[in-house]
Design a protein around this ligand. Structure first.
Ligand SMILES: [Zn+2]
Ligand SMILES: [Zn+2]
Length: 760
């Protein structure tokens, strides 16, 4: 039989996961000549020459023996004449100009590598940077594409002869592993005390210090963590003081799943999420046997847990045999620390456990939670970023979007693929804003693309808006301003590809089209246009933003609708509402409301939940975003009895004054707080769902989706889901990006697609 040739194009997750080496091995098995190379857009091209029968077997095996982290979506085969110009089979180094490379996300250490780390006879015994073709840092080390060692921070370490042999041996599982390293040639850890003196036996000593209650700063692959033990309230209090996080929950890392089960409730899906190769933090319900410090996630019925994802984490956790607090090393609002120099200046830890590998891209831990049984991102970052989200659209232009203000991510659309950056954070900080800009530039470099337009929020004073205005001027491209809640719904549309939908867009705050504060919105999307078709009652927000920090102000603002001044004062005092300057502030506050001085108006669902939280005495001061509502939800989850609440809607507006007043009545009548919290959340959920249903019916729409930060509220989302299910309406929740502002940039991109040609 005469030889023929085949050009095989494979698409899916086939770059940065050891796909080419596996092709190489299979091709050699069948003695085929040719090559394999990475293509743009994340695909792989294989050319083989040989007998037809062998080629067909090769193709079959290609699917069967693919690396475990790869995914084949499509195989295209074109047979042709053999050219006879290839001798043997080669991996051709990619890097064709003009092509979009694929940027793989970081992968947690694989089981084989963990086994090696704990095998005394292995040459990588206890080596912290053990990785292979299947696992290890990717995005966090990549400077340029294609993903080859010379383009990563590992190029600063020359391979030793042994590593080189493994790297070049097709039979070795580290064949072409770009992050290959060993103790002889690769990066290593060292331990410093407060005077930056080196301490011997870094790992052993670090474990000993942790056990003795010391606070450590541990450098990982995407940034640094602050670590401490989890059972000592005093240490955690000290940590809170130092980190300026009085209440914000800390995540904990456990040696294995068995340890997690000792204090948290986990089902199969939570277990799978914890063990997944992305290794996110998973928010779990505390169990009755919860025995860690209550100071880890004060006032919450949940705790964020993760399993080790790198060699060093496995080594430390296995030695210490108990959970550790592992929270990112940063001051609130500032980016996580990645450089050794900054770790030394960050005077919080007693000891620094650092390494000498440069972190190219900062990448915070990802966070997920199961809400209404759906895996939901709270933060999409390490392990996921910057793997693109495919959009089902007919649009060839590139668009950049920059998010809103907090929990910012940017999104770059190119070739119908939406690349979201890693979690950036709160852009009110200049450092974080610079980080955003760096991440955008890096993403443009990696995708080799330039935006044809830029999208940002409608808010005139966000730093991201200012950045976008500057960027569009410098690059002479159009700017597209996107209303906050339209963007929320648009991100859901981007995920599901629907052409008409009603959105329940509920959060704390977004700048409305009328310049007012929105946040409890029903948004209609059809014929490529967005419109506001319902919302919560507009409420007073005395002092503007201060009312978001002191939710007692919202209570006063709302109840002012019903009660005369004197009575309102009595109610606030009687119910123990707390304010920044104590009860003496009450007179000033009521006067302020009465005279309408610096009193904003808001339709926000978040602010109403805050008010309920404050009125029930759950939370009087917000020390981190969403705190009053999160604590309220923790209380509501304990509620069993559904109490009657008034749900009154007029002209698509839900009366929230009556709902809060009902909370007051029930509380004063001595009902259980958890039942009141539960019932109030159910009432708000049913009210907003009913408006959405009414609007959907008018426009003959059978899909209703939810987006915005309130979508993290368990009771509200499950109530809406049930309400819609009973009425035969499909309910959409976010699956691919966070429903909070972390997913907003995708929505801004999606909105800009509809509006691109109208702004030109
Ligand atoms: Zn491995
Ligand atoms: Zn080596």
């Amino acid at each position: 039989m005469s030889p023929i040739s085949a050009i095989i194009s494979v698409s899916g997750i086939v770059q940065g996961v050891g796909f080419r080496p596996s092709i190489y091995r299979i091709a050699r098995k069948f003695a085929l000549n040719g090559y394999v190379r990475n293509l743009g857009f994340g695909g792989v091209e294989i050319r083989v020459e040989g007998e037809r029968e062998r080629i067909e077997k090769f193709i079959k095996l290609l699917e069967r023996e693919k690396p475990k982290n790869s995914r084949i979506d499509k195989i295209d085969v074109k047979f042709g004449k053999a050219l006879g110009q290839y001798r043997g089979f080669k991996i051709i180094h990619s890097g064709g100009r003009g092509s979009i490379g694929f940027i793989p996300a970081d992968i947690s250490i694989c089981d084989n590598c963990v086994d090696e780390i704990f095998s005394e006879n292995n040459r990588r015994y206890l080596y912290e940077f053990t990785t292979c073709t299947d696992c290890g840092p990717r995005f966090t080390t990549i400077e340029r594409i294609p993903y080859d060692r010379k383009n990563t921070s590992f190029h600063e370490f020359d391979m030793c002869d042994k590593c080189k042999k493994e790297y070049e041996n097709p039979e070795d599982r580290r064949f072409h592993a770009q992050t290959i390293a060993c103790r002889e040639c690769g990066p290593g850890y060292f331990l410093l005390d407060k005077k930056f003196e080196r301490i011997e036996n870094p790992i052993e000593s670090a474990v000993k210090f942790l056990k003795n209650g010391k606070i450590l700063c541990i450098k990982g692959i995407g940034g640094m963590h602050i670590a401490s033990i989890t059972t000592n309230d005093e240490i955690i209090s000290e940590l809170r003081k130092k980190l300026k996080r009085p209440q914000q929950p800390f995540a904990v890392m456990c040696p294995d799943i068995g340890v997690v089960k000792r204090f948290a409730i986990i089902g199969k899906r939570e277990e799978n999420a914890l063990k997944s190769r992305e290794r996110p933090i998973v928010i779990l319900r505390k169990s009755e046997d919860y025995h860690l410090s209550d100071n880890i996630s004060p006032g919450l019925d949940t705790i964020g847990v993760m399993l080790p994802c790198t060699g060093i984490q496995h080594i430390i956790l296995r030695k210490i045999k108990e959970p550790l607090i592992m929270t990112s090393a940063n001051i609130p609002g500032e980016p996580m620390i990645i450089r050794n120099k900054d770790a030394k200046e960050f005077k919080i830890a007693d000891y620094l456990l650092l390494h000498d590998l440069r972190i190219v891209n900062r990448c915070d831990d990802s966070v997920i939670k199961f809400i209404n049984n759906k895996r939901t991102f709270i933060r999409r970052s390490r392990g996921f970023a910057p793997v693109p989200i495919e959009l089902d659209i007919n649009f060839e232009k590139n668009i950049l979007a920059v998010g809103a203000e907090e929990n910012v991510t940017a999104c770059l659309l190119t070739n119908k693929r939406a690349f979201l950056t890693q979690h950036i954070g709160d852009t009110r900080s200049l450092n974080t804003l610079n980080y955003l800009e760096d991440a955008i530039i890096h993403l443009m470099k990696l995708t080799k693309s330039k935006p044809d337009a830029i999208a940002c929020d409608l808010h005139p004073n966000f730093n991201t808006t200012r950045f976008a205005i500057r960027f569009c001027r410098e690059n002479e491209i159009p700017l597209i301003r996107v209303q906050h809640h339209y963007a929320h719904l648009a991100s859901l549309i981007a995920e599901y590809g629907c052409d008409k939908i009603v959105g329940i867009c509920v959060d704390g705050y977004g700048y409305g089209e009328d310049g007012r504060a929105w946040g409890g919105e029903i948004i209609l999307y059809r014929n490529g246009e967005f419109s506001r078709v319902g919302h919560l009652e507009e409420q007073r927000m005395p002092g503007g933003d201060i009312a978001a920090y002191y939710p007692g102000r919202m209570v006063a603002g709302i109840l002012y609708n019903i009660y005369p001044k004197n009575e309102l004062k009595k109610i606030l005092i009687r119910n123990g509402l707390r304010f920044r300057h104590g009860t003496k502030e009450i007179d000033i506050l009521i006067n302020q409301i009465d005279k309408d001085i610096n009193v904003m108006r808001t339709t926000s669902m978040g602010r109403v939940l805050d008010a309920v939280s404050s009125l029930l005495g759950v939370c009087h001061y917000r020390s981190y975003g969403g705190e009053p509502a999160m604590k309220l939800d923790s209380l509501a989850n304990k509620g069993k009895r559904l109490l009657e609440f008034p749900i009154h809607i007029r002209d698509g507006i839900l009366n929230t004054t009556e709902i809060l007043n009902r909370v007051l009545e029930l509380k004063e009548d001595g009902y259980k707080k958890e039942d009141i919290a539960f019932s109030a959340e159910v009432a708000l959920a049913m009210g907003i769902a009913e408006i959405a249903v009414m609007r959907a019916k008018i426009h003959n729409i059978d899909k209703i989706g939810i987006s915005g930060g309130v979508s993290y509220n368990n009771v509200i989302v499950t109530t809406i889901s049930k309400y819609l299910e009973d009425r035969g309406i499909e309910f959409l929740q976010h699956r691919k990006v966070p429903p909070g502002d972390g997913g907003l940039s995708l929505g801004q991109v999606r909105y800009a697609i509809d509006n691109f040609f109208t702004v030109l």
